[in-house]
Write a protein that binds this ligand. Structure first.
Ligand code: TRP
Ligand code: ZN
Length: 471
């Protein structure tokens, strides 16, 4: 009897594991967002062509996805939310597909073989984000229509509303973005603007190429009536700044402060890692900024006055987004649980900039107030930094305690060692991904000491250690 039961159990478990193997294709294994990303392939390059109708707020799109199978595949998934799909081909042969929430489930005519490159073409149209349920889109956003333009801010999972994608930072890829808009609009996107092509109907196609791999949440397309300034930094790093036309006078100041920040951060983190940098200010008031790769995104509130969301001058948030280009963008989190590597590091960097421009006393005063602030957090907000929980991905603890950790480590090891650790960490994982454990390993290797107690208290436990400024 016992034996029989075991056999039945064994058969049930085996059937389950077959079912899971199939299901596992739609989900890359993220602990917080099990349906983000997909398994079984590795995207190399996306070519996204969009013809945008600004009046109707719709678009016609084609996505060409060049990928490599990492296992034999009779079926594979992409993430895609909303929009109507007109046609899908795989290696130029018509494929069948089904949709289920985030999952676009594609069956190619001929199964794909491990290590084989393959190309997927998806032809689609619609209004991005329309009809998408918020349960499929944690933290919302993605492609957003504003009164006279578009911005795209997708962290962590909003890219799937505007193109079919393996929507997880583990599968970074390069991008070509070909965006067609009416003549009086400009398109600002990732990488370098290669061409502006006049179409027969009086529209224009902006051709942007990004040569460094990008995590999908950092891909951006911004459409507006922009004034632009192009310049270079250092040995020729291209910089470009976009603001709504009426703010054109602000462009030189944005460029100047960005250059000073680049020089400062290069002295701390090492050479700027990407092919370009710049800023796009979209014509909307936003309560956030985003470190979209090579072109950080801000709302017009950046230009409005001397305080930005109550956290300090506009330069502070500019420093935060610039620092993300090293930490978050060049080195991306291996899973969303590793968000401290993004927000803790960028917030620490903004404080280094503040110290550099306003002095150590001012920095310490702010850290003091942050320490007070987070010591009163409710238990639901005071979650361990190494596992904050999906709800707390961008909560205050991740930012403020996240920065205090690095300041505490700086107090413990000194500037020279701390900055050597940050540089080694970036150098080791650039253009790739890292976990919190990878960072700890780097810190221990570079410092030559065990930091287990330090990181256990600061990252893995809830209780707030003594303030790094208390002595
Ligand atoms: N990463 C952003 C920052 O610089 C904050 C952020 C989180 C965000 N999710 C977002 C911005 C979604 C825009 C859209 O801190
Ligand atoms: Zn940030």
């Amino acid at each position: 009897m016992v034996l029989k039961r075991r056999i039945v159990l064994f058969i049930i478990l085996s059937l389950c594991s077959i079912a899971f193997a199939q299901d596992g294709l739609g989900g890359i294994g993220d602990p917080y967002f099990p349906d983000f990303g997909n398994n079984g392939y590795d995207v190399q390059h996306y070519t996204i062509a969009l013809n945008v109708n600004m009046e109707e707020q719709t678009l016609n799109g084609t996505a060409m996805i060049e990928s490599l199978a990492t296992q034999d595949l009779s079926v594979f998934h992409l993430d895609f939310l909303g929009m109507s799909i007109k046609q899908i081909t795989v290696n130029n042969a018509a494929a069948t597909f089904e949709r289920d929430g985030r999952e676009l489930i594609i069956t190619p005519e001929t199964p794909l073989l491990e290590n084989q490159p393959f190309t997927v073409h998806v032809v689609y149209n619609g209004s991005p984000g329309k009809g998408v349920s918020s349960s499929n889109l944690p933290f919302g956003r993605g492609w957003t229509w504003i009164s006279d333009g578009v911005y795209v801010a997708s962290e962590p999972g909003g890219s799937a509303v505007w193109y079919p994608v393996n929507d997880h930072p583990l599968d970074k890829a390069t991008y070509t973005l070909q965006i067609t808009v009416p003549q009086d609009y400009t398109v600002a996107a990732n990488g370098l603007l290669q061409d502006v092509i006049s179409e027969s109907d009086g529209r224009q196609t902006y051709l942007w190429e990004a040569e460094n791999p990008i995590a999908s949440y950092l891909v951006t397309v911004n459409i507006g009536r922009f004034a632009m300034l192009e310049t270079v930094y250092g040995d020729g790093l291209p910089l470009r700044f976009f603001v709504p036309e009426r703010f054109a006078d602000e462009l030189p100041a944005l460029a100047d402060v960005t250059k000073e920040m680049l020089a400062f951060f290069e002295s701390v983190f090492g050479v700027y890692p990407l092919e370009a940098y710049g800023i796009v200010v979209v014509d909307a008031t936003l309560d956030f900024a985003l470190e979209t790769q090579t072109l950080s995104l801000f709302g017009r509130d950046l230009l409005a006055g001397d305080q930005w969301l109550g956290i300090g001058g506009a330069d502070i948030v500019m420093a935060h987004e610039l620092a993300h280009q090293w930490f978050g963008n060049s080195v991306s989190p291996a899973s969303w649980r590793d968000i401290w590597l993004n927000e803790g590091f960028a917030t620490f960097a903004q404080m280094l900039w503040l110290e550099y421009t306003q002095g150590t006393a001012e920095m310490n005063a702010i850290y003091d107030s942050w320490y007070d602030n987070i010591s009163y957090l409710s238990a639901s907000r005071n979650t361990p930094l190494a596992d904050p929980g999906d709800d707390n991905l961008f909560s205050i603890n991740v930012y403020l305690r996240g920065a205090l950790v690095l300041e505490a480590l700086r107090q413990e090891l000194g500037d020279e060692l701390l900055f050597a650790i940050l540089q080694a960490f970036h150098e080791t994982y650039r253009n790739g991904n890292a976990s919190i454990e990878d960072f700890i390993a780097t810190a221990e290797a570079v410092s030559g000491q065990s930091l287990t107690d330090f990181f256990t208290q600061w990252l893995y436990e809830r209780d707030l250690p003594l303030s790094p400024l208390s002595d």
